[in-house]
Design a protein around this ligand. Structure first.
Ligand SMILES: NCCCC[C@H](NC(=O)[C@@H](N)CC(=O)O)C(=O)O
Length: 466
């Protein structure tokens, strides 16, 4: 019998890297929107009356619906419906959530526009603008997290046996560029004309629509790949279908749960920190939001440069578990510096660079390790469960940090609102909380490395077999 081996679209390097750029663009705009208000905490306090607790609540709101179960459903949808449907759904949710958030902080709404009365009628300590912005951010959060797992599964689909970790690293690098862009643009756009928090949110909201379009183009390429692999399956490679009951497998795998726990500890000290970092630098160094943002924006750039390089290292040389450990050590060192060392711009830049290196090591090693632990048909759900566990931390820690900042700085929020000169927060307690997360992540990393050595999961092995 003669066997014909059909060349698939992802066998073309040009096609698979084009596919990567298309899906990474969706994440690029998504990450821009996630942090569009992060450099504007001070302006939100003075123009919308949000204090640190409200700002923390807003930061955590992105993850509320996901933690309430949406992400698990998203994983099931992904494994049942595939990357095209799930990606388009998630990009549409991002756009819808962004529209609600923009309306929530708009002048029109805040001056008594449609719905203002209702949003002012409950939880009266929280401004109506914050409540509606949180609702929008919750919807957006469903979209962006669903897109995150979809993109991971899409990369595994297009790059298995090829440069998978490099591709994941590049996708994250493009997303980090989005964070750099928004930390550079947001304070600048806010200050064009009379200072406004609405302008940057509206601009990035429009960019999200471009992200939806790039994903649409990707679906055309992905359909072609499916047609080709469908032919391959018919030629003798049937795939076992995903069953919801398989989810039990994930929740009973010790090593998988250890990776998920490490993920929640590590990321809870990164993304929530990112929300407060501008204000922390502004308070510690006595500089403006724009200057603080200009320092902090180098954090995603460090991560952007190194993540693909480390991804490529992992593809060819391995050492994933060691990279996780190193990343946790560097992150702890950075947070301890911010907590305990009197800050100068030089020390701030050095600590930010350390954090950037750490934020390359862990993501570059963590996400490509999941396919080593879990088989492909469960992969969407596996990423969803990790994201779900991670989202619990991402939801809780901005709230904990905002609250701890308020409690450890009595009266400061009022002084800032009244415009008292020199009024600033002391960030020691929040930074110590972040450091403790780093120490716990390091201990789990040690445990994971020992498990890998005794059970042979291959976390230290390269992805590309020679
Ligand atoms: N497809 C990329 C894998 C995840 C990357 C990771 N993002 C997350 O963990 C998100 N759940 C966090 C978020 O959206 O806030 C990252 O390193 O960016």
């Amino acid at each position: 019998m003669t066997e014909t081996i059909q060349r698939k679209i992802n066998d073309s390097a040009f096609a698979r890297w084009t596919a990567l750029v298309l899906i990474a663009s969706t994440m690029f705009f998504g990450y821009m929107f996630v942090d569009v208000l992060s450099p504007l905490k001070n302006l939100l306090e003075t123009s919308r009356g949000w204090n640190s607790t409200v700002f923390g609540l807003y930061g955590g709101s992105e993850f509320i619906l996901n933690v309430c179960g949406f992400l698990i459903v998203a994983g099931i949808i992904l494994d049942k419906m595939g990357v095209r449907f799930t990606g388009l759904l998630s990009a549409s949710l991002m756009v819808a959530g962004a529209a609600v958030k923009t309306y929530g902080i708009s002048e029109y709404f805040c001056q008594g526009g449609f719905g203002f009365e209702f949003f002012s009628s409950f939880l009266t300590d929280i401004p109506a603008s914050a409540k509606l912005a949180c609702l929008g951010f919750m919807i957006f959060g469903c979209g962006t997290e669903m897109a995150g797992i979809t993109v991971s599964k899409a990369i595994v689909k297009w790059f298995t046996g090829k440069e998978m970790a490099l591709a994941m690293g590049l996708e994250m690098a493009i997303a980090r560029l989005g964070v750099f862009a928004v930390f550079s643009l947001s304070p600048w756009v806010a200050e064009l004309g009379s200072p406004s928090v609405v302008r940057p949110v509206a601009v990035v909201g429009v960019l999200l629509c471009i992200g939806l379009l790039t994903f649409l183009v990707f679906t055309v390429m992905d359909r072609k790949l499916d047609r080709q692999t469908g032919a391959a399956a018919a030629a003798g490679e049937p795939e076992e279908q995903f069953k919801v009951s398989d989810l039990r497998r994930l929740f009973t795998s010790g090593t998988f749960l250890t990776v998920a726990a490490l993920c929640v500890l590590y990321y809870s000290a990164i993304f929530p920190f990112q929300r407060f970092a501008t204000d922390m630098l502004q308070s510690n160094l006595g500089i403006t939001a724009k200057q603080a943002s200009d320092i902090f924006r180098w954090f995603p750039i460090g991560a952007m440069v190194l993540t693909p390089l480390l991804g490529s290292y992992l593809d060819h040389r391995g050492k994933g578990a060691t990279m996780l450990l190193l990343g946790a050590i560097l992150m702890t060192a950075c947070h301890l510096i911010f907590a305990l060392v009197p800050l100068t711009p030089l020390i701030a830049y050095s600590a930010i660079i350390l954090l950037g290196i750490s934020f390359s090591l862990v993501p570059a090693a963590l996400w490509p390790s999941v396919p080593k632990l879990i088989e492909n048909r469960l992969l969407g759900s596996a990423y969803a469960v990790i994201f779900w566990i991670q989202n619990i931390g991402l939801m809780a820690f901005p709230i904990i940090i905002g609250w701890s900042l308020n409690v450890s700085n009595p009266g400061v929020a009022e002084q800032i609102k009244e415009g008292v000169e020199g009024a600033a927060y002391n960030y020691t307690v929040p930074m110590l909380i972040f450091s403790c997360l780093g120490i716990a992540a390091f201990l789990l990393g040690l445990w994971l490395k020992a498990q890998d050595r005794s059970k042979g999961y291959g976390l230290e092995l390269p992805n590309i077999k020679k």
